[in-house]
Each structure stands twice: as structure tokens, then as C-alpha cells.
Ligand binder design. Structure first.
Ligand SMILES: [Cu+2]
Length: 375
């Protein structure tokens, strides 16, 4: 499948099988494909003492340039975009946003660049948040070089569905470069939804980065909590229809580098969305803890008390938990292959001194493809 003969599965299996003595780090492999838009990777430094595997993610002086990306996964986590509101004559609240699509190169692991298509310059797009019963209006401007739409999950008229071929007469449907369209619908039902482009080839438009979380709060709200959004995603950096990097909120291993700080005994609420393409399933597993799970967030009563949830493409749910003990607690895809290709992070509870993230990352350093630990 792969144009350059290097697939991520060969990367994992092959590296383990031959215990490759040469420096064949992830970014080095991904950088081989010189076709348009392919990953361009700097030569990763090697790390003596752990075989000759380079550490693409945590090598000294080699981290993702969040400033150049224009977004930081640590900030995306708790960044909820409430838009602007005004009250209509009817007394109802109108909530409005402007979303601009444009093409942008982003760095999804140190030295691994990806020609993304973005909503408002970030991947995932902004987490749009409103309240049940409001009137929502999203002005979409297509400043990209490709046709796009915004397709919202929710209950609305066909013309507001962001589907090419439907609503063209009213300016909806496919939105061509330089054009714009305003989607308008009721905030219904409450829950955790998503939005994404719906132009064909669909998987490609979504996988380029055109997706985001969409939260509708119930009228009565939810209990006070430390809230965060996690959009599970992946990146097909060599365009062979398979992902090479997996992550939460785009940057592989980001939350090992910067563990998510939470307080012991405080309710944490995670809005978990699976935006992954090319792999039918994704999952979330938490260490040292269990969570209440609310599928799609459409009920205030949890369906399950568990430590692992599986999600298909487009599936999402709300997790609630609190940590009874201080410490560093891993969370990761229980699709282990994804975990080793970036989809792993840590919660840091309290001010732990027993285990540092650096120590945890160092333990990870022994993995076959090596691309991790801090020296
Ligand atoms: Cu698109």
C-alpha cells in the first residue's frame, strides 16, 4: 500500500524483529517519502545507552514547536469556545461563531510535518460549546484551496447538514474556496457531538484535520468539574491510507512531555471524541482508576463504571472520575499499537515525587521503535 514501502506496521514489527542496530527512528522513516505533502523530518539524534534507537519525541532540543503550529495541546484541553451571544426579541439566546478553513502545515511529532487542512488554524478545530435550546449560527468561511463543508452531528434541517449536493440552491452544500455559508439550527439534543467536513473523499478530508468537538450542555448543566476535551486522532503522514502517528489533540506523546495536572479528590470530566480515520476502532484506558461513562453524553445517568472504553469512528462519550491518590497515572489507547505510536499520556495528580514523567518516559524508551524517552 505504501508508496515508499514503509508502513507503520512494518515499522513496529520490523524494528522489533531485527532489533535494528541502525538509527531508524520514526521521524527518519517518515521522512523518506518526498511526494507532495509528505512528512519532512529532521534527522533525529541518537541516545546512547538504549541501543541505537533515536528518540523522536523526547530527544533533547527536539520538541514540537507549538508556537509555529499556532496551538498547544495543553491549552486545547481546556479551551472551550462559547462564541458570542445575544438575546433575540423572542427572549431566546442566539449563539454565533465564525469558523475559517485554511490549509496549514503543522508538526504532529518533533520533526514530523503534516500538510493539514484546518478549522481556525488548529487541529482539532475549536471545541464549540452551547446550551440546549439555544439557536446556534456558525458562519463558515472557506479560505482553503479545496471545497469543504461543516457537517454537524445533531438534529437539524437537511439544508443545514453540510452535505454536498444538498442545499446548494440556498448556498449550503459544498462550499467552494472563497465562499461562505452560515449554518443555523437549534442546539439539540444535549450531549457530546462533533463536526467535520463532509466533502469527498470523506476520509481524506477528515483525516487532514477538519473536525472538532461540539458540546451542547443540558439546560440544568452538569456538576462542577475540571473539564477537558480529548479528540483522539491520527495522521497519515505519507498518504498511504494508514496512520503513522496517533494522538489525543494532535501531538503524539504530548501529555507525557506535559502531564495533565489535576487535583486529588476533584471531579474530572473528559469529553472524549474519536475522530480517527483509517482505523475502525480506537479506545481510552486509564491507569489506577475507574470512570463513570456517559455514551454520547445524552443522558445524565452513566451507563457503565469501567476503566476502558472502545469507540468506533465518530463515536464519543463523557468520562467522570476523581483520583484518590497523588501520583502520575498513565492513560492511553488500549489498542497497544496506537499507544506506542503516540497515543499515550499522563495525568499528574497533586505534586507527586514518586514517579516523574521523565522516569515514565525513560521506561518507555525500551520499546522497539524507540521514539520516545527524554535523555
Ligand atoms: Cu473538506
Amino acid at each position: 500500500m505504501s508508496k515508499n514501502g514503509i508502513s507503520r506496521r512494518r515499522l513496529l514489527g520490523g524494528a522489533a524483529a531485527v532489533a535494528a542496530p541502525a538509527a531508524i527512528g520514526l521521524s527518519g522513516l517518515l521522512g523518506r517519502d518526498s511526494s507532495a505533502g509528505a512528512a519532512v523530518a529532521a534527522e533525529p539524534p541518537t541516545h546512547a545507552g538504549h541501543g541505537a534507537f533515536p528518540h523522536a519525541t523526547f530527544a533533547a532540543g527536539s520538541t514540537v514547536d507549538h508556537r509555529a503550529n499556532g496551538f498547544d495541546p495543553t491549552e486545547i484541553l481546556r479551551d472551550f469556545d462559547y462564541g458570542s451571544t445575544r438575546r433575540l426579541a423572542s427572549g431566546r439566546v442566539l449563539r454565533e461563531w465564525e469558523i475559517v478553513a485554511h490549509d496549514k502545515e503543522i508538526e504532529v511529532a518533533p520533526g514530523v510535518k503534516f500538510e493539514a487542512w484546518t478549522y481556525n488554524g488548529r487541529v482539532p478545530g475549536p471545541t464549540l460549546r452551547g446550551r440546549e435550546g439555544e439557536l446556534l449560527r456558525i458562519r463558515f468561511v472557506n479560505a482553503s484551496e479545496h471545497p469543504h463543508t461543516m457537517h454537524f452531528h445533531g438534529i437539524h434541517r437537511a439544508a443545514m447538514d453540510g452535505m454536498p449536493g444538498i442545499g446548494e440552491m440556498g448556498g449550503g452544500g459544498q462550499v467552494e474556496p472563497g465562499e461562505s455559508f452560515s449554518y443555523e439550527f437549534d442546539a439539540s439534543p444535549f450531549g457530546l457531538h462533533l463536526y467535520h467536513c463532509h466533502v469527498a473523499p470523506l476520509a481524506a478530508h477528515i483525516a487532514r484535520g477538519l473536525y472538532g468537538a461540539f458540546i451542547i450542555d443540558p439546560k440544568e448543566g452538569r456538576p462542577e468539574a475540571d473539564e477537558m476535551v480529548m479528540v483522539m486522532n491520527g495522521f497519515d503522514t505519507n498518504f498511504d491510507l494508514a496512520n503513522e502517528i496517533y494522538a489525543v489533540n494532535t501531538v503524539g506523546f504530548h501529555y507525557i512531555n506535559e502531564p495533565i495536572a489535576v487535583k486529588r479528590g476533584e471531579l474530572v470530566r473528559v469529553y472524549l471524541v474519536n475522530a480517527l480515520e483509517y482505523d475502525p476502532l480506537n479506545s481510552f484506558h486509564i491507569h489506577g482508576n475507574f470512570f463513570q461513562f456517559y455514551p454520547t453524553g445524552t443522558s445524565l445517568t452513566p451507563s457503565e463504571y469501567t476503566d476502558t472504553v472502545i469507540q468506533g469512528q465518530g463515536q464519543r462519550g463523557i468520562l467522570e472520575f476523581e483520583f484518590p491518590f497523588d501520583g502520575d497515572y498513565m492513560f492511553h489507547a488500549h489498542v497497544s499499537e496506537f499507544a506506542e505510536l503516540g497515543w499515550t499520556g499522563f495525568f499528574r495528580v497533586g505534586d507527586p515525587t514518586k514517579l516523574t514523567a521523565a522516569a515514565a518516559a525513560a521506561a518507555y524508551c525500551e520499546l522497539p521503535w524507540g521514539g520516545k524517552a527524554k535523555a
